[in-house]
Design a protein around this ligand. Structure first.
Ligand code: AMP
Length: 408
C-alpha cells in the first residue's frame, strides 16, 4: 500500500474528474458504495477465483459480522441495486480504492484505485458498445496511443458450460505437458488455464477447443452486433478467444484495454463485460448488467511510459512577500483568495532573499512584495516571476484589477 503525495495526488484527482466528465455526459450518475461489505456479497460472485478465495482482506467485526474490504466494486453496485431497486436502466459510475492481498510489484498493489461504470437492467449489445466506447474514449483522451482493445464472447451460460467441459477434457488428456501451476488451476477453474503465458502451457492452449465453436445463436448474433457497433464507431479491436477474465460472473461480451508499455502480467489497464446473472445471485430479480473497471495506478504508469497526462506544475497566481512582519501577507493572501486568485506566502518573517527564493519555488506567476516603503505608502510591488517584464509599483486598491487584467 502506498502513500500518494502532492503533486501526484493532484493528477489522481484530475484523472477522476476527467472520467466523471466523460461518463456524466453519457448519463451515468455516481455511486459511492462502502469500502466494507458482508463477505457473502463477494462469495456469491466468485467462489472459484483467487480474488475471492485467497486475496480478500476479511475479518470478523465487533458485532460478529464476517466482512471484507471490497476487492472490486461491481458486486457492491449489484448489491446496492438489489437493496434500492432503482428504475432501469440504472447507469452508474464509481471511483475509489479496492483491496487485494496480491504479490506487490510494479503496477500491482494491495490497495489500488479504479474508476468504472455499470449499467443494470438493459440487455442490448449496442449498450455493450457504448460501455466499451466510453472506456476507449477516456483512455484516448488521456493521450494514450498504445492501448489496444481485446474482445471475446464467453457465450451464454450453457455455451460456456459446454466449452468448459471440452476444455477440461483437452487439458486432462494433455496434463503431462502442463506446468504444475496450470495443473493446479485446472482443478479449480479450467478457463483460467487459458490465462497462462508460460511457454509449456502456451502450446497446449493453442491446440485447445475454441469458445466460438460453442457459441449458440444468441451469442453469435450478440457478438456480431457488438463488433459491428465498434466498427461503426471506428474503434479498432482484436478478437482474443483466450480472454476469459478473472471473475466468474461474465457472460457474452468480455473485453480488456491492453497497455502497450507494461509487463505482460500487468498490461491490462482495465476490462469488463456482461454479467447477466450477478444481480440474481445476490437475491434480486433477473437483471442484465454490463460494465468495466479501469485501474488508476496502472493507467498512470502507462501514461508515464508514453509521456502523456503529466503531473501538472503548481500554478499559483501570486506569492506574497512581506518583510514587515507578516500581517500584510496575511491580509493580502486572504484578499486574493477570497477574490478567486490562488495565492501563497512565506512564514516566520524570513529575509527578503529567502522569501523570494520561496516565491520562485512556488511556481507563482507574480510576486507581490511589501517592504516598509510600500507598507507606509499603501502600495505593493508586482514582479513577474515566470515571464520577462518590469516590476511595477501599484496602489493596493489596484491590485485585484491589475491581476485580473494580466491574467486574461
Ligand atoms: P479486474 O477488477 O481484476 O478486472 O481489474 C481491472 C483493472 O484494475 C486492471 O486492469 C488493473 O488496471 C486494475 N487492477 C486490478 N488489480 C490491481 C492491483 N492489484 N494493483 C493495481 N491495479 C490493479
Amino acid at each position: 500500500m502506498r502513500d500518494i503525495l502532492p503533486p501526484e495526488s493532484a493528477r489522481w484527482r484530475r484523472f477522476v474528474r476527467h472520467f466523471d466528465d466523460i461518463v456524466s455526459r453519457a448519463g451515468y450518475g455516481q455511486i459511492v458504495p462502502p469500502l466494507l461489505e458482508d463477505i457473502g456479497v463477494f462469495h456469491r460472485v466468485g467462489e472459484a477465483t483467487d480474488i475471492v478465495t485467497k486475496e480478500m482482506y476479511d475479518f470478523v467485526d465487533k458485532g460478529e459480522r464476517h466482512v471484507a474490504l471490497r476487492p472490486e466494486q461491481t458486486a457492491s453496485v449489484c448489491r446496492a441495486f438489489v437493496q434500492h431497486r432503482p428504475a432501469t436502466p440504472w447507469k452508474v459510475w464509481y471511483s475509489g480504492p479496492n483491496f487485494r492481498y496480491e504479490k506487490p510489484q510494479r503496477g500491482r498493489y494491495r490497495q489500488f484505485d479504479q474508476v468504472g461504470i455499470e449499467v443494470l437492467g438493459a440487455d442490448d449489445p449496442l449498450l455493450d458498445v457504448e460501455v466499451i466506447a466510453l472506456g476507449w474514449r477516456f483512455l484516448s483522451s488521456l493521450g494514450l496511443r498504445k492501448v489496444g482493445l481485446s474482445i471475446n464472447s464467453l457465450g451464454e451460460p450453457a455455451d460456456r458450460a459446454a466449452f468448459v467441459v471440452a476444455l477440461e477434457a483437452h487439458f486432462q488428456s494433455n496434463i503431462d505437458r502442463l506446468t504444475p501451476e496450470s495443473r493446479a488451476t485446472l482443478l479449480k477453474n479450467p478457463l483460467r488455464v487459458l490465462d497462462s503465458k508460460r511457454p509449456e502451457d502456451v502450446s497446449v492452449i493453442s491446440e485447445a477447443p475454441r469458445i466460438s465453436d460453442f457459441h449458440g445463436e444468441v451469442a453469435r448474433d450478440s457478438f456480431a452486433a457488438v463488433l459491428d457497433g465498434l466498427r461503426a464507431l471506428g474503434i479498432p479491436f482484436v478478437v482474443d478467444e483466450k480472454l476469459v477474465r478473472g471473475l466468474d460472473y461474465y457472460r457474452l461480451t468480455t473485453f480488456e484495454f491492453v497497455g502497450g508499455t507494461l509487463d505482460s502480467a500487468q498490461n491490462a489497464l482495465g476490462g469488463g463485460g456482461r454479467y447477466d446473472g450477478l444481480v440474481e445471485d445476490l437475491g434480486g430479480p433477473a437483471t442484465s448488467g454490463v460494465g468495466f473497471a479501469i485501474g488508476l495506478d496502472r493507467t498512470l504508469l502507462a501514461c508515464d511510459d508514453e509521456g502523456v497526462f503529466p503531473v501538472e506544475e503548481r500554478n499559483l497566481d501570486a506569492f506574497v512577500v512581506d518583510t514587515t512582519g507578516g500581517t500584510h501577507a496575511l491580509v493580502l493572501t486572504e484578499l486574493l483568495r477570497t477574490n478567486g486568485f490562488s495565492a501563497d506566502r512565506a512564514y516566520e518573517n524570513r529575509s527578503m532573499k529567502s522569501q523570494m527564493k520561496a516565491a520562485d519555488r512556488s511556481g507563482a506567476r507574480y510576486a507581490i512584495i511589501v517592504g516598509s516603503d510600500e507598507a507606509s505608502a499603501g502600495t505593493v510591488v508586482l514582479r513577474p516571476l515566470r515571464e520577462v517584464g518590469e516590476q511595477t509599483t501599484i496602489g493596493r486598491e489596484e491590485l485585484l484589477s491589475t491581476l485580473k487584467k494580466v491574467q486574461s
